[in-house]
Write a protein that binds this ligand. Structure first.
Ligand code: SF4
Length: 370
């Protein structure tokens, strides 16, 4: 195999993005009371889903299968339309990304073998989308002007109060079935919730076309989750890396503030060449974009005992390194532990990105490294 830098750039297919079509859709009784459900059902029908069940109650039973693997597969193939309960409508601070977390959905149809949702969302991995969109978005007006993560920060205060949409889902991966993301972008972009807020999300999908013409008002920053080519094999069901880079370019050309979420960074063999090639591909894709507003967030791979247990249950044959002995435990103030790379590896990775990011992508502002 030739060195990465000598390889020709990977071509981007002109074909339409591959969109997730759930095999099963369930709608809770309460969800049917919300007008947004009709829009979701219209999209579900247009996507060709045949198995749509309107439940008599609000309880969603866990999918069964003969094995854990089958139960997982059925859950991942299921979209549930539900009402977000009041407890999930209370936004929480989400450092270092944003002042507040706002959830349009919980769960994601992709199959990333390191998925960060594995340790944070319990139960079967059904994708639950929220029918009460107005209630989900209501805190934007209420909380504008508040916040302690980016609000008041010298480098980021100009973004207004920031709301992160991708903590518990990949909002673009399900957008063709919900329309929730476009509604949020449009409402914030046109000032329906006031002028003091901005949205942010990160995605591994590329179906950006419906977003390009929205009146976004440059108030939504869309980051593409990008990585070294070697990490892509752990990201089942997502758009290929070249397609994500192309989506980034199209969003930037449409005037969106954009960003790179380089995550999870892994010291794969020849990682310097691989991440260098990635940064060079992004630089080439964004060359000549007028008024480019580009940020970067760099997050190294980590796992917790809980996420490892869930992920090895879902992906028993994974080749993803999750070896506690090769890692350094890091304790949170709440007593939890996560396993990060040892200090020397972290220092090496960090100093490489600190040097190479400004060199290869001078337009990018690094927001944080972790
Ligand atoms: S795209 Fe993100 S949320 Fe979805 S499976 Fe992958 S890591 Fe998890």
């Amino acid at each position: 195999m030739p060195p990465l830098l000598d390889r020709p750039a990977r071509p981007v297919s002109a074909s339409a993005p591959r969109l997730w079509v759930p095999k099963h859709v369930v709608v809770t009784r309460s969800a049917t009371d919300h007008p947004h459900t009709a829009e979701i059902l219209r999209r579900v029908e247009a996507a060709g889903v045949i198995d749509v069940q309107l439940l008599r109650g609000d309880r969603i039973t866990s999918p069964r299968g003969e094995s854990e693997r089958e139960a997982y597969a059925r859950a991942k193939a299921t979209l549930a339309v539900v009402v977000a309960p009041p407890s999930q409508l209370v936004p929480q601070p989400i450092p270092p990304s944003a002042d507040w977390r706002l959830d349009l959905a919980r769960g994601c149809p992709a199959h990333c073998q390191y998925c960060y949702l594995a340790g944070s969302l319990g139960g079967p991995p059904i994708t639950r989308v929220y029918a009460n969109l107005d209630e989900v978005l209501a805190p934007v007006a209420r909380l504008s002007g508040t916040g302690s993560v980016t609000t008041g920060d010298a480098a980021r205060g100009g973004e207004g109060t920031t709301f992160e949409l991708s903590c518990y889902t990949d909002p673009l991966g399900i957008e063709h079935l919900t329309g929730s993301l476009a509604a949020a972008i449009e409402q914030v972009g046109t000032g329906r919730h006031g002028d003091g807020a901005s949205l942010r999300l990160t995605t591994k999908f590329d179906a950006v076309e419906p977003l390009l013409t929205l009146p976004h008002g440059r108030r939504t920053r869309i980051r593409l989750s990008l990585n070294a080519a070697e990490v892509e094999r752990f990201e089942g069901g997502t758009a290929s890396m070249p397609r994500r880079v192309d989506a980034l370019r199209r969003l930037a050309l449409a005037g969106y503030p954009v960003g790179l979420t380089i995550a999870p960074v892994m010291p794969v063999p020849d990682w310097q060449q691989s991440y260098g090639a990635l940064l060079d591909e992004v630089a080439a894709a964004l060359a000549g974009v007028a008024d480019l507003d580009l940020t970067a967030e760099v997050i190294t791979h980590r796992f917790t005992p809980a996420s490892k247990e869930v992920l090895t249950g879902w992906y028993p044959r994974t080749r993803l390194e999750m070896d506690e002995d090769a890692r350094t435990p890091k304790r949170s103030k709440f007593g939890g532990v996560k396993y990060v790379y040892p200090r020397e590896t972290m220092a090496e990775l960090r100093s490489w990105f600190d040097q190479q990011l400004p060199e290869r992508l001078p337009a990018a502002r690094l927001l944080y490294w972790t």
